[in-house]
Design a protein around this ligand. Structure first.
Ligand code: GAL
Length: 401
């Protein structure tokens, strides 16, 4: 279905790192090839907090972009405002309901109509390990438990490497904490605490143990950690300066952009204790009501392209994620992506799919923002103990949920 009218789309996103920009360029080219023009509305800031703030101000002023990156239940809040364009025509003609797993489809509908097009599934409970450091310092053995992990951290630090690469920003602190909590507490407890917001689980000794394990990581970080962007930490692992980063597989996009291969230059492995779980988030583009036939036609073409097989293959190869559509062939994807798809499907079957609260899949933004604050303040305050952080978490969530 070619375009009937050349139109313009303005797209808000926060994909400004090397790998992210390379992935987005796939979409920009496809839209250009269909005769449309692209106004790039990039708002830097990993995790997208800043982008979402800018989007809210644009929408409040009655001037939303054609489309914006979005993830998770927040889509329903936008739907409540009546500003989203319904994608009934393109989703029906392209058979989205038959293509998407229900867990992915439902997030992107409002009152039964698609209002957003999902493009991927990111796995977040990954460790990214520099392979030559792992071979030199740990005989190539991937740590499976937290004891083995910290033993490796000690050896990497003693060998003169930055053992743990991290960027001290609230969303990154929350991202790492979330995986540690899953690894320490397990899938069932995580769901009770961070999905059901059960005060008992939130205030449990398990939570205190998770906070304790999380802060222990701090002694393995370098002086440049505060405020560092996530992709600069990934570069430290790529360049052999640091041994490990815990981050979603958007980090794999940086390895790909640097021409690095899994199994040869780096190793992807589940965060200790999370081997049988899959923490996920789904990137999507939410469509805002537009005036004028050309703008609407361009927006419909954008939606169709986002969910097309061709786009989802090329985009995810560069983004580090796996396609939202399970029918896209992974023949051209690397071993980490193939493991991710296998684990995603196994976790979907066994009920161990874990929606990421750090990446907008488990809570409304006002709740995840409160969790961000508690986690980051605890991480930065060397005098705050884990039990106090647990109590602060319980009361912070009670206030906002
Ligand atoms: C996540 C998003 C990823 C990547 C990451 C770092 O929330 O889903 O696509 O952009 O932030 O910015």
């Amino acid at each position: 279905m070619g375009q009937s009218h050349a139109g313009n789309v303005e797209v808000l996103h926060y994909w400004t790192s090397g790998g992210e920009a390379a992935a987005l360029a796939v979409l920009q080219k496809m839209m250009k090839d269909e005769g449309h023009t692209w106004t790039d509305f990039a708002v830097a800031g990993g995790g997208g907090e800043t982008a979402m703030t800018v989007l809210k101000s644009r929408a409040i002023s009655g001037n939303p972009p054609s489309a914006s990156m979005i993830a998770g239940p927040e889509i329903s809040q936008w739907g409540d405002l009546g500003v989203l364009a319904k994608l009934d025509t393109v989703s029906a003609s392209e058979r989205w309901d038959q293509l998407l797993p229900p867990v992915v489809a439902d997030i992107h509908k409002y009152q039964g109509s698609y209002v957003a097009a999902p493009v991927n599934v990111h796995r977040i409970n990954w460790m990214w390990m520099n392979k030559s450091i792992l071979d030199e310092v740990n005989g190539g053995k991937v740590p499976q438990t937290w004891d083995e992990f910290f033993a490796y951290m000690d050896k990497a630090k003693q060998s003169g490497y930055v053992a743990f690469a991290h960027g001290g920003q609230d969303w990154q602190d929350a991202t790492v904490f979330e995986q540690v909590a899953l690894g320490v507490g397990g899938n069932e407890w995580y769901q009770q605490a961070f999905v059901q917001l059960d005060p008992k689980a939130l205030g449990s000794d398990t939570m205190t143990q998770a906070f304790t394990t999380f802060k222990k990581l701090k002694s393995y970080m370098d002086q440049g950690m505060p405020g560092r962007d996530w992709n600069l930490s990934t570069s430290m692992v790529i360049d052999g300066k640091a041994a490990v980063q815990i981050m979603g597989d958007w980090a794999k996009g940086e390895f790909a952009a640097a021409g690095k291969q899994p199994g040869k230059d780096y190793v992807c492995a589940a965060v200790p204790g999370t081997q049988d779980a899959f923490t996920f988030n789904v990137d999507a583009f939410m469509m805002f009501k537009q005036q004028g036939q050309d703008a609407q036609a361009a927006q419909q073409d954008l939606s169709r392209l986002l969910m097309s097989k061709a786009f989802q293959e090329e985009f995810n190869l560069k983004k580090g994620s796996i396609p939202a559509r399970p029918d896209v062939s992974l023949a051209r994807f690397d071993s980490c992506a193939k493991q991710s798809m296998a684990d995603f499907q196994a976790s979907a079957k066994s009920g161990t799919l874990v929606p990421s609260f750090a990446h907008a899949m488990a809570m409304q933004p006002e709740v995840s923002g409160a969790v961000y604050d508690v986690v980051t303040n605890f991480f930065n305050d060397n005098d705050m103990n884990a039990a106090a952080a647990t109590q602060r978490l319980v009361s912070a969530i009670e206030l906002v949920k």
